[in-house]
Design a binder for this molecule. Sequence first.
Ligand SMILES: Cc1ncc(C[n+]2csc(CCOP(=O)(O)OP(=O)(O)O)c2C)c(N)n1
Ligand SMILES: [Mg+2]
Length: 575
Amino acid sequence: MSAADAKAVESEQELTDGFHLVIDALKLNGVKTIYGVPGIPITDFGRMAQAAGIRVLSFRHEQNAGNAAAIAGFLTKQPGICLTVSAPGFLNGLTALANATTNCFPMILISGSSEREVVDLQQGDYEEMDQLAIAKPLCKAAFRVLHAADIGIGVARAIRAAVSGRPGGVYLDLPAKLFSQVIDAAAGEKSLVKVVDPAPAQIPAPAAVKRALEVLKGAKRPLIILGKGAAYAQADEQIRAVVEKTGIPFLPMSMAKGLLPDTHPLCAGAARSTVLRDCDVVMLVGARLNWLLSHGKGRSWGAPGSKKFIQIDIEPKEMDSNVEIVAPVVGDIGSVISALLEGIDAKWPAPPADWIAAVKAKREENVAKMAPRLMNNSAPMDFHAALGALRAVIKERPDAILVNEGANTLDLARGVIDMYQPRKRLDVGTWGVMGIGMGFAIAAAIETGKPVLAVEGDSAFGFSGMEVETICRYNLPVCVVIFNNNGIYRGTDTNVAGGDPATTVFVKNSRYDKMMEAFGGVGVHAATPDELKRAVDQAMDCGKPTLINAVIDPAAGSESGRIGNLNPQSVVKKK
Ligand SMILES: Cc1ncc(C[n+]2csc(CCOP(=O)(O)OP(=O)(O)O)c2C)c(N)n1
Ligand SMILES: [Mg+2]
């Protein structure tokens, strides 16, 4: 119906339009927050959503809004919503959508798009791009809505696709014309769909559960590996019960840290290489055998063929992805863990004492080895000295959320900072992607209301650094600590040819704290662990946006942090 026609019938008929139907569909399904960047054709949509009571958080770059939406999905099990403009805005959001899919975070990227007719004839529309086709290979599902009457179904499909089964990113394409399309209000209301049971339980087959329990029971040196899927599941009590009732040591992957405290007597985090090498049965809970676990084979896994794998995952295709899985258990983690618990009674045999003793001895040895490095109060700080201070902060405030990215800053913080509660550590995930920092920090503060500590390499921070303005604008309790070692990995590299600086170094002695002050936040320059600890404590106490420039010895880091072995090497001798 044209606008003129619509006006003509207005007196007789209540009308609605695409703008309102999208808002109503989102609200009906419990969407409370949208993360995005405004512009044609979604500026008014954002205003109207805000007026309708949805919180609309406006970012400085879509990638950061997308990362915020993705981690909101991880934290809440509801799809996080990111809203972008056509073509360039859409592309800026796409990295976050692809990253969400890779990490199994439920998120929906809603993007405005240009005129279908013009785009399809490639006639050069404003921000012309076939966005649906581009999004498709990078997400779990992609939909386009052309008619206002289909908005309810479109939104419902997007929500269901994002959260059911293995969660992931979904793309929802809304062409500009859709927003102003007018339909009868009553028909519009009827067209909306409230998604019933969006992530249905997937109950494991009893035979699969029995098989897994038998393999686990027969183990001499069992190990449980908890992945971020286990953290996502929010089955915290049942997972703890499986560990404690079986007495099996557990190894948390990075974002599963805190599911049980890192200080738990069965935590094998500080004995990682020992348990991977020496275990005989591994039960993977929401953890994939990808590069982060050396694909379940090779040197770090000890003698070839010496392991039996049990794998719990909602995605059947995950089984046997890298090595043989002798006991696959397909189902949602909450249902599987509950089913396992039913088969774990008081008669469950404790793992052999020598295994538990060996894990404990290694853990204590490694913890003792690290301890003096964490107490070194010299300047310039090395990573361990600075992290010693931050480790104490999280110990004293276990409900704070830790966001972490960088290379050395990431790898060393993961090992040093103990976590005590589930879903408190948010980091670069499966891809090791830089740029999640400020988006994750903002959404963590918004979704949980808890204080956030973002520990950032100076390079890592640069990917999303402009969002410190966003943090100040919404007055969020975020404390950013920048490990400023003057560059990527180290600040000491030189260009052998002379001229330009080396590719991995930045301006020396930069003052990132001034960036925060520019927007009214608190900036602190910290040269010692004591200064760092004091500044973070103050930030966490008062909740004011704070950025601490922590001066780190530029020579302290190593190439690529802990994964330097992944760099290809040139064997050709230079002339
Ligand atoms: C999107 C993206 N681009 C580039 C990289 C490659 N990369 C890995 S770590 C890193 C930065 C490391 O430097 P910094 O954050 O300062 O950490 P440091 O080791 O110095 O503590 C870069 C650029 C990446 N992982 N992701
Ligand atoms: Mg650095």
